[in-house]
Each structure stands twice: as structure tokens, then as C-alpha cells.
Design a protein around this ligand. Structure first.
Ligand code: PHB
Length: 360
């Protein structure tokens, strides 16, 4: 069999991807204050449509899901209409785009919440650090622990957002269960001290994610649904006493769904032990029965090596896609890359967003 590389097509669910370069989900904080994507987002995603698959920036499922300024949502009609322009542009340019469904949980602030309420979480544990509000950085507050009776409402918000993503013309959805946001807060025992059916044993901590998946797969069919995990990511003050056991079990449970793919970011590997005892997230590849996407810090050579060695089937690129709208073509030709400008990653206008040059 010839070596698989970034340009070997791959099937995920009903979709044949032209290449294995995935545009990672990237928060860019340029939607309207009401969470509506506009013409600037249309242009940004259109420019990047040669990715085998685009994962949208994390997109809030409800007003309570919001944790950062100018992040898009998908809970109302204006937002759906905005996203419909984005998906149409990507499709016109020959691309495919999934919507990443997001609830930030405790990584929010009353300033960003409806009626100034407390953010919600599995347990009343404030993360160390500061929230980013419209008035600058403010210390995180202690979130309100969700009552068991409220959880069906959270699941329903995911269901509605998933249906909205379908209406908006996306090709699938990715359930964001990573990086210290709500579903990840349930998964890891540093943030989940619940004594009910959603805390304690890993099967309990995974319950909310699995209920969300049941709802989202009900709307989309499992073959157009992916999940993102971040087993060693300490970001947002996350940790787990046994990430190997926790995430092995989570992935075993996910195997029951026949999902489009599993997306595991390796973020946190450069801080071994920060999020709990070390393990290599790539080991989850052997537990998972389906298409496996890896992420974090890959370049062309490392990605091709990982694909050829069977360590992954897809590689998600973040920063390289910010700075290079035509990243696949640059990699194909071994062309030089534009340098990224970190000062314009979060917020602002077209500078550092839609003005990175294409190859001549
Ligand atoms: C961020 O806004 O910093 C952010 C959002 C989503 C992530 C990670 C980071 O998954």
C-alpha cells in the first residue's frame, strides 16, 4: 500500500475529504456582540475552503454558553442566517465545514451571562485565572453547580443548536468536550465533585457528554458528528487524577456511536504532569475504532510522518491556517509560509484575519 500523506483523500461518514488537512476550531472574537457572524466571517472561511475539512470556531449553543466577547452563537435565527452565508461560501469554493458546538461552563463571568447570573458548572469550583469580559479581565467567580434537574435543559440546548446547524447548511457538527469547557468539566475529576449520577466513576462523569451525543446524533446521524477531547490539557485550570483511565473509558464509550471521527488535541504535552499523571494522548488511537484526528503543533513533515505511521488519519492545523488561507497548496508545493501575527489572533477586524496573502 502506498504511504498515506496529507493529500490522500479520506472518507468521514458520508463525506469524502480531498485532503487530510483540517482547519482546527479557532476562536477569533470577530462576530457581532449578539453572536452573529457577518461578511468578514464569510470571507475568512471562504478563503480557507481548500482545507479537507473546516471546523468552525467554537460556537455557543445558548446565551448561558457564552464565555468570551464577540464569539458566535447558533441559538437564534439571526445567527443561523449569518452561518448560512458562511456555509454557502465554503460550499461554493468546494469546501466542507462542521460547526463546533460549545458551552463554556464555568469559563465565563456574570458580565457575559443573561441577567448577570453566575456561570454554571458541574461543581461550585472556580478555575484559577481571569475571565475576558467586554470591560477587560476580571477574576473568575465561583460558578453555580448545576442541579441534576437542569441537565435535560442543557442537553436540549445542544439538540436545538444541532438542529440549527443543520438549518444553517453545515456538513456536520463537532461536540466540543475539550479544553476545560462544560462537557470537559464533567469528564475530569478536578472540576467534577458531584455525588449524583453525573459524578464519581468515569461512566458517570461521561454521562452528560453521552446524553448530548444522543441528542446531537438524533438530529444529524452519528456519521456526521465528531467529538473533541483534550486529555492532557491544563488550560482553564483543568486536571484529572488519572487521565489514562478516564479518557480510555470515555473513548471506549464513544466507540458505541460510529461517529464521523474522534478529535484529540495533544495540547498540554509540553507541560507534562500539569493536568495529571502523564500519558501520551496518541495512545487513545489504539482504543478508538474509527477515524482519528490529532492536533497541536504539527507541521507538514510531522503530519505526514504521523499519517504514514498510522498514528492518525487527519491532522488539524490551527496557527498555520490563521496565517495561510491556502495552506494545503503551500504544503503541496513546499512553498514558504506567511508568519502569523499573534497580536491579531483575538478580536479586531480584517487585519490579521482576511488579509494574509495567498501564493502569487
Ligand atoms: C479561547 O477562546 O481561548 C479558546 C476557545 C476554545 C478553545 C480553546 C480556547 O477550545
Amino acid at each position: 500500500m502506498p504511504d498515506i500523506d496529507l493529500f490522500t483523500p479520506v472518507q468521514i461518514g458520508p463525506h469524502t475529504l480531498n485532503n487530510r488537512l483540517v482547519m482546527a476550531p479557532l476562536t477569533r472574537n470577530r462576530a457581532s456582540r449578539e453572536g452573529v457572524p457577518g461578511p468578514l466571517q464569510v470571507e475568512y472561511y471562504r478563503q480557507r475552503a481548500t482545507a479537507g475539512l473546516i471546523l468552525s470556531e467554537a460556537t455557543c449553543i445558548s446565551p448561558e454558553a457564552v464565555g468570551y466577547p464577540f464569539t458566535p452563537g447558533i441559538w437564534n435565527g439571526l445567527q443561523v442566517a449569518g452561518w448560512a452565508e458562511v456555509t454557502a461560501a465554503v460550499h461554493d469554493a468546494g469546501g466542507k465545514i462542521f460547526c463546533q458546538l460549545w458551552h463554556v461552563g464555568r469559563v465565563s463571568h456574570p458580565d457575559l451571562q443573561p441577567e448577570g447570573r453566575l456561570p454554571v458548572a458541574p461543581s461550585a469550583i472556580a478555575p484559577a485565572g481571569e475571565a475576558i469580559t467586554y470591560e477587560g479581565m476580571k477574576p473568575f467567580v465561583t460558578p453555580r453547580a448545576l442541579d441534576g434537574e437542569e441537565l435535560p435543559g442543557i442537553v436540549n440546548a445542544y439538540r436545538i443548536a444541532a438542529r440549527n446547524a443543520l438549518s444553517a447548511g453545515f456538513d456536520g457538527v463537532e461536540v466540543h468536550a475539550a479544553n476545560g469547557y462544560l462537557l470537559d468539566e464533567f469528564l475530569r475529576d478536578g472540576s467534577n465533585l458531584r455525588a449524583d449520577a453525573y459524578g464519581g466513576a468515569v461512566d458517570n462523569r461521561a454521562r452528560l457528554l453521552l446524553e448530548v451525543l444522543d441528542a446531537v446524533c438524533g438530529a444529524w446521524g452519528a456519521s456526521r458528528v465528531g467529538v473533541r477531547l483534550s486529555p492532557v490539557q491544563p488550560f482553564n485550570d483543568m486536571r484529572d487524577s488519572d487521565p489514562l483511565a478516564t479518557f480510555t473509558r470515555v473513548v471506549e464509550r464513544l466507540n458505541a456511536y460510529d461517529l464521523a471521527y474522534l478529535h484529540v488535541t495533544e495540547m498540554g504535552r509540553d507541560a507534562p504532569g500539569a493536568a495529571g499523571p502523564f500519558f501520551d494522548p496518541l495512545d487513545l488511537r489504539r482504543v478508538w475504532n474509527g477515524v482519528y484526528m490529532t492536533n497541536a503543533g504539527y507541521d507538514k513533515a510531522r503530519a505526514n510522518a504521523a499519517l504514514a505511521e498510522g498514528k492518525a488519519d487527519l491532522v488539524a492545523f490551527g496557527v498555520p491556517f490563521i496565517a495561510n488561507p491556502d495552506l494545503p497548496e503551500r504544503y503541496r508545493r513546499d512553498a514558504p509560509l506567511n508568519p502569523p501575527d499573534p497580536a491579531t489572533f483575538y478580536g479586531g477586524g480584517e487585519k490579521g484575519y482576511t488579509d494574509y496573502p495567498f501564493l502569487g
